[in-house]
Design a protein around this ligand. Structure first.
Ligand SMILES: Cc1ncc(COP(=O)(O)O)c(C=O)c1O
Length: 429
């Protein structure tokens, strides 16, 4: 199929886009010449929703007005503030509201979940992760193994891409994972994988992985940093044991903002599960009696430790309301697939000789992100990334040699994608 690579066609696609108006709900960074940046880094830090700013300012006003009484007064009192986010957050990941809580940050939540769901026993002591896991996940797993006095070499089982003729492929092959589960299932205590691989943008089949793992008695957790706000998911129906995600990428809630955590209902109701405890996870009715016998809340909230930073939660509330304005994840995913497909098509049509796309092409195997490698002899990918930056295009660079480009359905346009290819072509020349 040939693609129309004209600017007029990109503008026509924008004119037909039911979400085009959503861009006006975001602050778009400016280039030095005053024009909007071409911002493709929502996979790293999402842009600021205007509602996030508004709700944070309103919260600051409440603090001025009420002082400590703000815990109970105002339209959004602080004591139950995290509860205001549960329903929308649950919808995003296909969960029940009681299975989701916004708390801490991503790596902290991964640790808290592993405290509960990595319980090495007998020969079942291994944790399976992917060979190119985000370093924080790798460190977290390694340190959990050490914490349990497990030998790291023996117990960290890595799923790697295949090697052909001495060269590693980029993408993970699910059959290899299923073979590892088949062969070593009795020794694996936990599988911890991403929903979307951060480097390649490959989507993993969370449903089938969970089924195959459970058939062998293995717990399954997902790091959804690159999946939340990007894919449609059904964590509850898929029977995923736990999942954690940050809110600063596709959820647009600001750098380091509070993270999400999912604990399946079948575990969340079990208040006896081993956990690290804090007063915010204690039974709400008796929390302020200040007694010292911990009684976990029988929902995901039972894993909370501290009273949460409400300024950050206010930003998340604004970001979630903005997603609702767009019509939710279904509407976002529909545009996202169209937009990323369009980007890949014009890259291949215009730059096929110089650029290789490593992200899978099929809809079900990718999200927003398109990962590119420069294939021109003697041309350095990092130099190309820098040149894009100088020309008003914000992408991100991941060692060793990938430029990640994420056209985000909430605020990127088809014309943005077209301009990206025009500028990249000029840089290459
Ligand atoms: C896949 C993945 N896991 C973990 C992290 C670490 O997140 P945090 O610093 O919020 O713990 C990131 C950060 O970008 C990530 O992309």
């Amino acid at each position: 199929m040939t693609i129309d690579t004209s600017l007029a066609f990109a503008r026509e696609l924008d004119a037909q886009d039911p979400l085009a108006e959503m861009r006006s709900h975001f602050a778009i960074p400016k280039q030095a010449n005053g024009e909007d940046e071409y911002y493709f880094t929502g996979n790293s830090l999402g842009l600021q929703p205007k509602l996030a700013r508004q709700y944070v300012i309103e919260l600051l006003d409440d603090w001025q007005k009420y002082g400590v009484k703000g815990h109970f007064e105002g339209d959004y009192p602080w004591l139950p503030y995290h509860e205001f986010l549960s329903e929308q957050s649950a919808k995003l990941v296909g969960a029940l509201p009681e299975e989701v809580v916004m708390m801490n940050s991503l790596t902290v939540n991964l640790h808290l979940m592993m405290v509960s769901f990595y319980q090495p026993k007998g020969i079942r002591t291994k944790i399976l992760l992917e060979d190119h896991a985000f370093p924080s996940d790798h460190y977290a797993v390694e340190s959990q193994l050490k914490h349990h006095q497990q030998d790291v070499q023996e117990n960290m089982l890595l799923w790697s891409p295949r090697v052909r003729n001495g060269i590693s492929e980029e993408l993970l092959n699910h059959d290899d994972l299923y073979q590892l589960i088949e062969q070593q299932g009795d020794e694996i205590a936990l599988i911890l994988l991403p929903g979307v691989q951060y480097y390649t943008g490959q989507v993993l089949d969370m449903k089938t992985i969970t089924e195959k793992a459970h058939a062998r008695g293995i717990m399954v957790g997902f790091d959804l940093a690159h999946a939340a706000g990007n894919l449609e998911m059904q964590l509850h129906d898929w029977q995923v044991d736990f999942a954690c995600w940050c809110s600063y990428k596709y959820l647009n809630s600001g750098a380091g903002s509070v993270a999400g955590c999912f604990v399946h209902q079948k575990h969340a109701q079990n208040t006896e599960i081993n956990r690290f405890a804090g007063w915010w996870g204690h039974d709400k009715a008796s929390r302020f009696k200040m007694e010292n016998n911990f009684k976990a809340i029988g929902t995901a909230e039972g894993w909370q430790l501290s009273n949460p930073p409400v300024l950050s939660l206010a930003a998340i509330r604004g970001a979630l309301d903005t997603i609702d304005l767009a019509g939710g994840m279904g509407a976002l995913r529909r545009k996202s697939l169209k937009l990323s497909q369009y980007l890949m098509d014009i890259i291949e049509a215009e730059l096929g000789d110089s650029i290789r796309i490593i992200t899978p092409k099929e809809d079900e195997n990718r999200g927003c992100q398109v990962s590119l490698m420069v294939t021109v002899e003697g041309l350095d990918g990092k130099a190309m990334f820098d040149a894009l930056e100088k020309n008003g295009v914000t992408t991100d660079w991941r060692e060793p040699n990938v430029i990640r480009v994420a056209p985000v359905p909430l605020y990127n346009s088809f014309e943005d994608a077209w301009q990206f290819v025009r500028i990249l072509k000029e840089c290459l020349q």
